[in-house]
Design a binder for this molecule. Structure first.
Ligand code: SF4
Ligand code: SF4
Ligand code: SF4
Length: 198
């Protein structure tokens, strides 16, 4: 079946994320901005200056105003609320004075996280046409692809199931913002904590 190899890679990536844990804001999982170094180093380097927050033209970067469990005053992105738009010039990274955000030469260096699909809640996996996350992804047909197959219990219909390639997904969160399913959203970005973990 098309995409079977990708599923195997995804399962490996998921296991790594479960081991690493996640940053939370209340009951939400949040992301570091693009170019963030590994989390321990980030917390040491970030001087909470807010320049990345001010530089973002989309107001995607928020500053933790209370102890959210990942560093008071440090920058984060809540993908469901307002994801990273992957600017061509990454102004947030360019203004960072301490290299807490650094090392973006192309979009694949972003590595904010990995999108994970909840196949129990994704309506595409139940046989309905949707594909919003697929169409909205800036790396369409790279980071997210469609796995098209005949519905097992209904051979007259096809399933158009989105699948994530963990080698290409950069964790921008646009898919999570656009997902049509609520409580719970059917695609979430799990934050990367160590560069290159997937
Ligand atoms: S790349 Fe652009 S949209 Fe994304 S956080 Fe940085 S400034 Fe904001
Ligand atoms: S610009 Fe850099 S040092 Fe300043 S808050 Fe953002 S990540 Fe931290
Ligand atoms: S987080 Fe979603 S929208 Fe962004 S690259 Fe990954 S699959 Fe595409």
């Amino acid at each position: 079946m098309k995409g079977t190899g990708l599923f195997k890679i995804l399962i490996g990536g998921l296991a790594a994320y479960e081991l690493l844990g996640m940053m939370k804001a209340g009951n939400k999982t949040v992301l570091r901005p693009p170019g963030a170094v590994d989390e321990d180093e980030f917390l040491a380097l970030c001087i909470r200056c807010g320049k990345c927050n001010q530089a973002c033209p989309y107001d995607s970067i928020k500053m933790g105003k209370e102890n959210l469990g990942f560093g008071i005053g440090t920058p984060y992105i809540d993908a469901r609320d307002n994801p990273c738009r992957l600017c061509d010039d990454y102004p947030c990274v360019n203004v960072c004075p301490t290299d807490a955000l650094t090392g973006i030469n192309n979009v694949y260096d972003v590595e904010m996280g990995l999108a994970v699909i909840d196949t129990k809640h994704c309506i595409a996996y139940q046989g309905m046409r949707c594909e919003v996350c697929y169409r909205e992804c800036p790396l369409i047909d790279e980071a997210i692809k469609l796995n098209i197959y005949v519905k097992p219990d209904d051979p007259t219909h096809a399933v158009f199931a989105p699948i994530i390639d963990p080698e290409k997904c950069v964790g921008c969160g646009i898919c999570e913002e656009r997902c049509v399913i609520e409580n719970p959203v059917a695609i979430r970005v799990k934050p990367r904590v160590i560069k290159g973990i997937f």
